[in-house]
Design a protein around this ligand. Structure first.
Ligand code: 7TS
Length: 402
């Protein structure tokens, strides 16, 4: 048996989505900007996909949905263009974000710091969420933008987006949220909360890779990141990726329809898996599961290095993730776990298991058994190592996993 439990990294493209995309690679390949019938033939499908996205996130007619190549582009677009529009060409100089954003936000903020922008990286509490009053206390008259993820890719913890949105509205500060890990897992109702910009990525909800979107409230001004052929009303140039747009629209519709029922099923599997794994001694799960996306567990097993665990799970045909970087022979601690106050040893032991609507009960049973055996194996190895002189053996092998 093979078990894929890394759905926060990417998901399988739903076969219905693959089927819907197919004609746009073959018969309907025209450039939608061309005036001939080959070009215009795909227009109804593009319109349908845009409608599907509007409906899935309950966007208002006045809002804009612009397709991008991924959430990384959407996040870069907001940060870099707010910098141009409100810092270079305005009187602001400050951006507020958190310590635990995805690198597409954090690295862009570091880049903007090099251009002279002041960036505040807010701490999270022991649940891994940023508290609304913390956000409020760091906003100044010079703040151009607050950028805070809707839900964490690492822990699944859900930030109080509604409250933060109200604070930003009251203070007159733009608010961006990276909702990559929220769509298809929890309701994202953009008429129910105040957010100016929201980023999405289709491959996180069983759509194709290489397509994302940016929601822009009230179609407000945001200078383009990509200049060129003036596609998407000049907001994002580049020939439209028609097959992927069609795929993203359908994937979003499928991921959000009957959300409550689908998520209740995933939550039941996740809770059962968590309840079983937590029975192991010295095991911790990050965050209250009632405020977590229903598919995610970040679990730590004291004394069991995350990479070693990943390696053993991989040998058992189970795909999981650590979230800790492995760029060299030195294993790094999980930065999100450090941010929530875990000690250094514990921060080396995080394993992220993320389910999807395709995860089966058999896969969960298989994972529970293999996981428990792996912990026993690795604990036995570390206790035998503890009796010998320490060596660096084993680390390089574990690193090759990435
Ligand atoms: N934002 C969040 C919250 C993410 O989880 C990811 C990908 C991205 C942005 C980037 O999406 P992309 O489509 O532009 O690549 N997150 C992960 C992850 O957790 N493990 O691998 C990729």
């Amino acid at each position: 048996m093979q078990v894929y439990l890394d759905n926060n990294a990417t998901t399988m493209c739903d076969p219905l989505v693959v089927e819907a995309m197919q004609p746009f690679f073959s018969e309907l390949y025209g450039n939608p900007n061309s005036l001939h019938k080959f070009g215009t033939a795909s227009h109804p499908a593009i319109t349908k996909a845009i409608d599907q996205v509007y409906t899935a996130i309950n966007a208002a007619d006045a809002d804009d949905i612009i397709f991008t190549s991924c959430a990384t582009e959407s996040n870069n677009w907001v940060l870099q263009s707010v910098f141009t529009d409100h810092i270079v060409n305005g009187d602001k100089n400050h951006i507020v974000t958190t310590e635990v954003e995805h690198p597409s936000v954090l690295s862009t903020c570091k880049f903007l710091e090099e251009q002279g922008v002041k960036v505040t990286y807010l701490p999270v509490n022991d649940q891994g969420i940023v508290e609304a009053h913390t956000v409020k206390s760091f906003i100044t008259e010079k703040t151009a933008l607050v950028s805070i993820m809707w839900a964490s890719n690492e822990t699944g913890m859900i930030n109080p987006i509604g409250e933060i949105g109200e604070i930003c509205k009251e203070k007159g500060v733009l608010f961006h949220s990276d909702a990559v890990q929220a769509v298809g897992k929890i309701p994202v109702d953009l008429q129910g909360v105040h957010v100016d910009f929201v980023s999405f990525s289709a491959h996180k909800f069983h759509g194709p890779k290489g397509i994302g979107a940016l929601y822009i409230k009230d179609s407000q001004a945001l200078s383009p990141l990509l200049h060129g052929g003036e596609q998407m009303d000049g907001r994002r140039s580049g020939t439209l990726n028609v097959p992927s747009i069609v795929g993203m629209g359908l994937a979003m519709e499928l991921a959000t329809k009957d959300l409550e029922n689908t998520m209740a099923k995933i939550r039941a599997k996740r809770d059962y898996l968590e309840d079983e794994l937590i029975k192991l001694s010295d095991t911790f799960v990050v965050g209250d599961r009632d405020n977590r996306t229903p598919n995610t567990i970040l679990i730590s097993i004291r004394g069991v290095e995350g990479e070693g665990m990943l390696w053993d799970l991989n040998n058992g045909q189970i795909g999981a993730s650590t979230g800790s970087a492995c760029a060299s022979a030195d294993l790094e601690a999980n930065t999100v776990m450090l941010a929530i106050g875990a000690d250094n040893e514990l921060a080396h032991t995080g394993i992220r298991l993320s389910l999807s609507r395709f995860t089966t009960d058999e896969e969960i049973e298989y994972t529970i058994n293999h996981f428990k055996e792996a912990v026993a194996r690795l604990r036995a190895i570390s206790s035998s190592f503890a009796k010998q002189a320490p060596t660096k053996g084993g680390e390089a092998q574990a690193c090759e996993m990435h």
